[in-house]
Design a protein around this ligand. Structure first.
Ligand code: G6P
Ligand code: MN
Length: 446
């Protein structure tokens, strides 16, 4: 048995796991598995996802054994891959992050602004502990980590697990955005290849190339996306926030003509506008808890009650690609079979972007194969983008310093430096309130 045939999903109680399971089923010929392990620290959620998984695999993937466990040794021994998607503090703490920030008229988005800071301070210790467990039982397993806030988590894993090239930090947002580009060009996203630079949730596409011909569609896409996408809702089953986000791309593209922006730049470049749209009583966490999360678990309950999937409304349809889950299987496949496909990954700046600080965890196109990630060269970037990125990275770095050293001073500096806080006194108030709310999750700050 090749080790790569055995995968463990870390944080398997997530609302995203059913999508990953379906994806693994539909990709079973390309990326065949012998065993799939569902691992979590929340037995109830895990049990539900597992029961669903058992039914699904019995009908669609009997060749693959599926197990659940709360025990790291069982979860990680002999695996080839860990897909890691944890949310420290779950959506309840996401809600707390958002609402505390909004009290001070600041954005508390899960990865941007004060919310990203609070979540980062929870996520680092949790991710690091799990990776230590994985390394204890599977020293050579590939860890595909997409736990948020990914930029901060990547900065921490780079420092703690130095030279461990089998930890790859990656995000699905660029590929999701490229899905819209592909649709607009009437192409499949697999026909396109990005050129891009930035930090996670903070970057720009510089080229969108046709894989076969090398033709750059960027100018064409800029033209198309200058008009708000009225059809966005039909393209994707989006909820209101995502609908607004994708529509807002056109504003950014009209204002900034150089490249095509990652949607997350809206928070950093239009904070006043974004704040206006926020409801301090009902935030994104509420929307997710009442929406996707609820629907997913209701679906699981129904399937479990039915005891089967085929012949019901939950039957798997051919050819449907789940964006969130799909790219992670593509990545694992590229590693396992040394395909050297291009993915946007977070990797250490070793001169890739020549006028940015060395060591910065940049998000750039990388070839990914059985030797890990090999970044493509980017070169020099313009002053505007450099200024934004250096500021953001300094904030991210200080957040990691604060967390690993238990430093109140660095935490305060980090928040002050964040573009979306940007005030020493507000930063202090936010920090003090987050410390209380995050008791048991954050390291103690002195
Ligand atoms: C995108 C981002 C993820 C993020 C997710 C949030 O997929 O790349 O990093 O976690 O959106 O979506 P949500 O529906 O939870 O707001
Ligand atoms: Mn992301």
């Amino acid at each position: 048995m090749r080790r790569s045939n055995s995968v463990s999903i870390v944080g398997a109680g997530s609302r995203y796991t059913p999508g990953i399971l379906k994806m693994l089923v539909s990709e079973k010929e390309r990326f065949p598995l012998h065993r799939l392990t569902l691992y979590d620290n929340e037995p109830e959620r895990l049990e539900k996802v597992f029961q669903y998984g058992q039914i699904l695999f019995k009908e669609y993937y009997p060749e693959c054994e599926i197990i659940q466990t709360l025990d790291p040794e069982e979860a990680f021994t002999d695996i080839g891959f860990a897909f890691m998607q944890i949310r420290a503090g779950r959506l309840k703490m996401r809600e707390s992050d958002e609402k505390i920030a909004l009290k001070y008229h600041r954005i508390g988005q899960e990865t941007c602004g004060a919310g990203g800071f609070a979540y980062g301070m929870r996520s680092i210790p949790a991710v690091v502990d799990i990776i230590k467990d994985i390394r204890k039982y599977a020293p050579e397993a590939w860890i595909l980590n997409y736990s948020n806030p990914a930029a901060i988590v990547a900065e921490a894993t780079k420092r703690i697990f130095k030279d461990d090239y089998r930890i790859i930090n990656i995000c699905d947002m660029p590929i999701a955005i490229m899905g819209f580009y592909a649709k607009a060009l009437d192409k499949d996203v697999s026909e396109l290849e990005p050129r891009y630079f930035g930090l996670n949730h903070f970057g720009w596409f510089t080229k969108i190339l046709d894989k076969k011909t090398g033709y750059d569609y960027l100018p064409e896409l800029q033209k198309i996306f200058k008009t708000p996408l009225a059809a966005v809702g039909e393209i994707h089953p989006l909820d209101q926030s995502w609908f607004d986000t994708f529509r807002f791309m056109s504003t950014m593209i009209n204002d900034y003509e150089d490249y095509l922006p990652n949607t997350y730049l809206q928070y950093y470049l239009y904070p006043d506008h974004l704040l206006e749209g926020e409801n301090p009583e009902y935030t994104r966490a509420n929307e997710v808890m009442d929406g996707h999360e609820k629907l997913t678990f209701e679906m699981l309950d129904k399937v479990i009650e039915n005891g089967h999937i085929k012949g019901t409304e939950y039957e798997l349809k051919e050819g449907i690609k789940d964006g969130h889950a799909g790219y992670i299987v593509d990545l694992a496949d590229s590693i396992a079979y040394n395909k050297n496909e291009i993915f946007l990954c977070m990797t250490e700046n070793t001169g890739i972007i020549s006028n940015l600080t060395e060591g910065m965890m940049v998000e750039v196109p990388c070839r990914v194969g059985s030797n890990g990630v090999e970044p493509l060269n980017v070169g020099k970037i313009p002053t505007f983008h450099k200024g934004l990125l250096e500021n953001q990275y300094a904030y991210e770095k200080l957040t990691v310093d604060a967390c690993l050293e238990g430093s109140y001073k660095y935490a305060w500096q980090a928040l002050t430096l964040n573009r979306l806080v940007n005030d020493t006194q507000v930063a202090k108030k936010l920090l003090d309130e987050y410390i209380v709310a995050n008791k048991g999750y954050w390291p103690e700050l002195k």
